[in-house]
Design a protein around this ligand. Structure first.
Ligand SMILES: NC(=O)c1ccc[n+]([C@@H]2O[C@H](COP(=O)([O-])OP(=O)(O)OC[C@H]3O[C@@H](n4cnc5c(N)ncnc54)[C@H](O)[C@@H]3O)[C@@H](O)[C@H]2O)c1
Length: 358
């Protein structure tokens, strides 16, 4: 049986990952460490309530004592670090918490893993210093590469050139992961993915935000001309890629994960409006679009070249954007209670109701 330490597993991608893992693998133990910031929502994990293979721990990845205790209490095989401050706009107004969680939190996890996994007194080769089979995987982003012109793609060789404080914090974390691999031979991987979409995404991000506004007849604020290009990846496809890297990735390697689904933001917004106008409310249309002042330092285009993970590990995105976006919009329409809980803040009471007595 494998034991996973998944951090940020109450967030958007982390919760999808935990749900997928438990569905796929009967013989698994998942320690889900999440601080439950505004972005953490235990309601995402309702489907696995009471499942003994899932242990939720409310803790900060920056806390050396709590994290070391977990390593001491369980034989952790894999660390998958999703925990992060993840919203670019917030990083522009408050960069410090991004440094704290994204950089220092990552270094703390690396250090705890290194100490716990080290085989004491091993005199063998450098590669034998750790318990066999262990792996640390850092979930990173294409934003560390900066911005592309109209042509070309990010490969794993593209130099890091982050622009926003968020991207800078993720790039800094990546460099620490690399350093722990290079210096201490810790078995690490970094995955860098493009924009994810799917169920359980906090409605401050483009797709759920625009959908929610459309449903409530509120203006849809589009940055600048809306011609920024993002490469959309269905969250389930991303989670599958992470598992492939954990199982078969070469230690020390970086793997780019992208959906081959480049779309401008305005295309996404218009697509949402047209779906809502057709299926939900005929009065909803493009008149709701409101162009607002562009985000500072807004990157123009991201595009991932996922050739390496395809050739090395056989990963391909399985979800065409046309299917994934309909599934996603329909999920939000079918789960309006979840959306209402998040937008009203009621989701924060869920933890108290579920875990308040502990
Ligand atoms: N969403 C995307 O499109 C995208 C794209 C590329 C990379 N990523 C990366 O994937 C990861 C997950 O992104 P997401 O969209 O699911 O983020 P999210 O904001 O939805 O979730 C982040 C989770 O981390 C938790 N967290 C925050 N600070 C913590 C701390 N100090 N200790 C423990 N837990 C903490 C939050 O409570 C939340 O549950 C992040 O590392 C992000 O940088 C996301």
């Amino acid at each position: 049986m494998r034991t996973y330490l998944v951090t940020g597993g109450a967030g958007f991608i982390g919760s999808n990952y935990v749900l997928q893992l438990l569905q796929k693998d009967a013989e698994v133990l998942v320690l889900n460490v999440d601080k439950l910031t505004y972005a953490g929502n235990l309601e995402n994990l309702r489907a696995i309530e009471g499942d003994k293979r899932h242990v939720f721990v409310q803790a900060d990845i920056c806390d050396p004592v709590r994290i070391a205790e977990l390593f001491a209490s369980y034989d952790i095989d894999y660390v998958v670090n999703f925990a992060a401050e993840s919203h670019v706009d917030r990083s522009i107004s408050d960069p410090q918490i991004f440094t704290q969680t994204n950089v220092l939190g990552t270094v703390n996890l690396l250090q705890c893993a290194r100490e716990a996994w080290q085989v004491v007194g091993s005199a063998a080769s450098a590669d034998d210093r750790y318990r066999p089979g262990v792996r640390y995987l850092q979930v990173s982003t294409d934003e560390v590469y900066g911005s592309l012109g109209p042509e070309g793609f990010f490969t794993e060789q593209t130099p890091l050139d982050p622009h926003s404080p968020y991207a800078a914090s993720k790039a800094a974390a990546d460099l620490f992961v690399k350093a722990f691999g290079d210096t201490y031979r810790l078995p690490v991987n970094i995955t860098r993915c493009s924009n994810n979409y799917g169920p359980f995404q906090f409605p401050e991000k483009l797709i759920p935000l625009m959908l929610n506004n459309a449903l409530h007849h509120q203006a849809l604020p589009v940055y600048g001309d809306g011609m920024q290009v993002r490469d959309w990846l269905y969250v389930e496809d991303h989670c599958k890629a992470i598992d492939l890297v954990l199982e078969g990735g070469v230690p020390g390697e970086v793997y780019n994960i992208g959906g081959h689904n480049e779309r401008t933001n305005i295309q996404i917004v218009k697509g949402i409006l047209s779906y809502v106008g057709e299926k939900v409310d005929r009065s909803v249309d493009e008149r709701l679009i409101e162009h607002v002042t562009d985000r500072k330092g807004h990157d123009r285009r991201y595009g991932i070249d996922p050739t390496k993970i395809g050739e090395a590990l056989g990963w391909r995105p399985q979800t065409a954007f046309e299917d994934g976006i309909v599934r996603t919009i329909q999920w939000y329409l079918d789960n309006q209670d979840w959306v209402a809980g998040v937008t009203s803040g009621a989701y924060r009471d869920y933890y108290k109701r579920m875990y308040g007595a502990r």
